[in-house]
Design a binder for this molecule. Structure first.
Ligand code: 13P
Ligand code: SF4
Length: 302
């Protein structure tokens, strides 16, 4: 990173009283300059504890939106407002209403990768790091898990005493992997353990030695005695894996790139701070409703 870029960034951060948050999937040049890097749960939780006036989110739209909902008085800037998670839009209000009419005893469990409008219609939010824990502790027997079908089915497999209805949304990056890509890597690196994100399709998950959120994958790679790992999640996680485990080897699935996460860049962070034109705006009435399931997640997901 050029010294001048760092200098400009630091001046702007001071001027705007800004802090930079980044998800593990963004390019390494951003992770290098970010104040905090984490998974979706950590970032949502952290944002409420920060004193800064401005929060810059290097990630995708729903992440900025969640931070804004939890901190409506803060100036929340996205690095690129067009960076959006396609899965967030794979559920409709009508589908939720149909399920609510069908079951009296129903909880709508909403993965954080969703729009503010959908969160506002849900009972509790979850991330991949706390979905099992939260669903297990709900009193309702019937669960409509939205929008991610793969995560919903993964939760359903582990929790047998509930009727979990998984929506049919998916993350294209984690869902559309051909199992032969993983099998080829397993043949090439037979000693490597497979660490997979639960957004992956069932064929991939059935070959995994460990399933967990991005943060859990990093922790597992660090703690496990194994020295080689095949990583079934977005390739941006390589920055933190290599930083945390410099002596271990990691192999990635070539196609696992989230083009929306890659829309973030250091130049765009500078431009967002300079021009203040990427602010996340959420309607007050939606904030009031969507903060209920988000806060419930923060309480239950500790
Ligand atoms: P986590 O960081 O919560 O594991 O989520 C992964 C993801 O797909 C974020 O969009
Ligand atoms: Fe959405 Fe998938 Fe990209 Fe995560 S990796 S932001 S779930 S498209």
């Amino acid at each position: 990173m050029k010294k001048n870029t760092i200098k400009i960034l630091n001046q702007l951060k001071e001027k705007e009283d800004a802090v930079i948050l980044a998800h593990y999937y963004v390019d390494s040049e951003i992770q290098e300059i970010a104040d905090y890097i984490g998974d979706s749960f950590f970032l949502a939780q952290l944002a409420s504890q920060l004193e800064n006036k401005t929060i810059v989110m290097a990630g995708v739209y729903f992440m900025g939106e969640s931070i804004k909902i939890l901190n409506p008085d803060k100036n929340v800037l996205l690095v690129d407002k067009t960076a959006d998670c396609p899965m967030a839009h794979m559920i409709t209000k009508e589908k939720i209403e149909t399920l609510r009419n069908q079951y009296e005893d129903l909880a709508v469990v909403c993965y954080i990768n969703s729009t503010a409008n959908i969160k506002a219609l849900s009972d509790v939010c979850v991330t991949s790091s706390n979905a099992l824990k939260i669903v297990k502790s709900l009193s309702e027997k019937n669960i409509f898990f939205i929008p991610d079908g793969n995560l919903g089915r993964y939760v359903a497999k582990s929790i047998k005493d509930k009727n979990i209805i998984a929506n049919d949304g998916y993350c294209p990056v984690h869902n559309n992997i051909d199992v032969s890509e993983l099998k080829n890597l397993k043949t090439k690196f037979p000693k490597a353990k497979v660490l997979a994100h639960p957004e992956c399709n069932g064929d991939i998950l059935s070959l995994a030695d460990f399933i967990g959120s991005t943060k859990a994958i990093i922790k597992m790679a660090k703690d496990d005695i194994c020295e080689e790992f095949i990583i079934a999640t977005e390739k941006g996680i390589s920055y933190m894996l290599e930083k945390e485990c410099p002596d271990k080897k990691f192999y990635f699935i070539d196609s696992m790139i989230c083009h929306d996460m890659k829309l973030n860049s250091v130049d765009k962070i500078i431009s967002a701070l300079e021009n203040q034109n990427t602010e996340v705006i959420v309607d007050d009435s939606i904030v009031d409703k969507a903060k209920i399931p988000l806060n419930k997640m923060l309480e239950m997901g500790q």
